[in-house]
Design a protein around this ligand. Structure first.
Ligand code: GAR
Length: 207
């Protein structure tokens, strides 16, 4: 059984999707073991506590630079004996130290169809604002491996939804979460826990 560590920064609805999936017995091969928040008082920590999962707060603001913060997160994951790391609404960029420690063992959920609307500055509601501004007719979510390149790691799963004429950033965000993110993330985590994802030439194959 692989020990899963989840990195969060906010409300934690993706964490909740993982918790619900585990309860249904669908997180095959994995166990949610700890939740680390970059923000004090994040509601995701409450969700962890309510479900008997260890919560740890490592505030980003307590660290002067990315390197020292990455070291702290990596050391904590190692101390907790974590095998698989999940970025679930984690809004902080970490450097290559963590990638070296967990090569192809880290997944991120992104609220758009990569390679569109991704990279530095594209996070949370802002992504959906940009989608509406550009007028694309289809958007969705992506689960991908975390590598040194922001939102650039091999894509594991994607799912699309239509953009509607009357969408606001909030309605679109909700639909992308409900129809895409909350389904894809538990599926991808379970596939990784079962060693069912291979990577060749920066392309991931789930089977
Ligand atoms: C989710 O939509 C997630 O995809 C996005 O932030 C939201 C967090 O919600 N993540 C990013 O934008 C990362 N680049 P949650 O805290 O309720 O899971």
């Amino acid at each position: 059984m692989k020990k899963i560590g989840v990195l969060v920064s906010g409300g934690g609805t993706n964490l909740q999707a993982l918790i619900d999936s585990e309860k249904r017995g669908e997180l095959i091969g994995g166990k949610l073991s700890c939740v680390i928040s970059s923000k004090e008082g994040a509601y995701a920590l409450e969700r962890a506590a309510q479900n008997g999962i260890k919560g740890i707060t490592l505030p980003r603001k307590d660290y002067s630079d990315t390197a020292s913060y990455t070291r702290a997160i990596t050391d904590t994951l190692i101390a907790e004996g974590i095998d698989i790391v999940v970025y679930a609404g984690f809004m902080t960029i970490l450097d290559e130290q963590i990638v070296r420690q967990f090569p192809y063992k880290m997944l991120n959920v992104h609220p758009a169809l990569i390679p569109s609307f991704c990279g530095k500055g594209f996070y949370g509601l802002h992504v959906h604002e940009e989608v509406l501004k550009r007028g694309v007719k289809v958007t969705g979510a992506t689960v991908h491996f975390v590598t040194e390149v922001c939102d650039g790691g091999p894509i594991v799963l994607q799912k699309a939804v239509d953009v509607r004429n009357d969408d606001t950033p909030e309605t679109l965000q909700r639909r992308v979460m409900e129809e895409c993110e909350w389904k894809l993330l538990p599926q991808a985590v379970s596939l990784l826990c079962q060693d069912r994802i291979t990577v060749k030439d920066n392309v991931a194959y789930a089977n």
